[in-house]
Design a protein around this ligand. Sequence first.
Ligand code: FES
Ligand code: FES
Length: 161
Amino acid sequence: MTQVKMTVNGKTASGDVEGRTLLAQFLRDDQGLTGTHIGCDTSQCGACVVHVNGKAVKACTMLAIEADGATVDTIEGQANADGSLNVIQQAFQDHHGLQCGFCTPGMVMSAAALLKDNPKPTEAEVRHYLDGNICRCTGYHNIVKAIMAASGQDVGAIAAE
Ligand code: FES
Ligand code: FES
């Protein structure tokens, strides 16, 4: 076992992990941060997206020991300081960007990374960016709409599904 220590959602998180322990497993099983979902474990679905040193990463593709010393942000750290939904989370609620919610943490984390790099993405850019996030419920339309709305753009022009 190897001890790892990282900053998760602004707090120090440490634990003993095996060499094969994935970051997603460390967050869920060791730290109890079960908002990071595991949908495939093979780097396809995007349900496990977190930010590592500010970049979106699929937490099932990274070993916990690789994140030693890193700054990690998960869905649990996304709400505003007063506990209210942040602008992206609120937009998902307002525009019905979720149904079962399984993909939602990864979608929100991917959206946050996109809007950080590209604050006013086009619809095509949003759809392209979400290439690595699978949703089995919504048909994506309202997710795209929510992300566009979160970026402050008028989503009235986006046709209804
Ligand atoms: S669980 Fe990581 S991409 Fe699906
Ligand atoms: S809301 Fe169910 S998988 Fe996306």
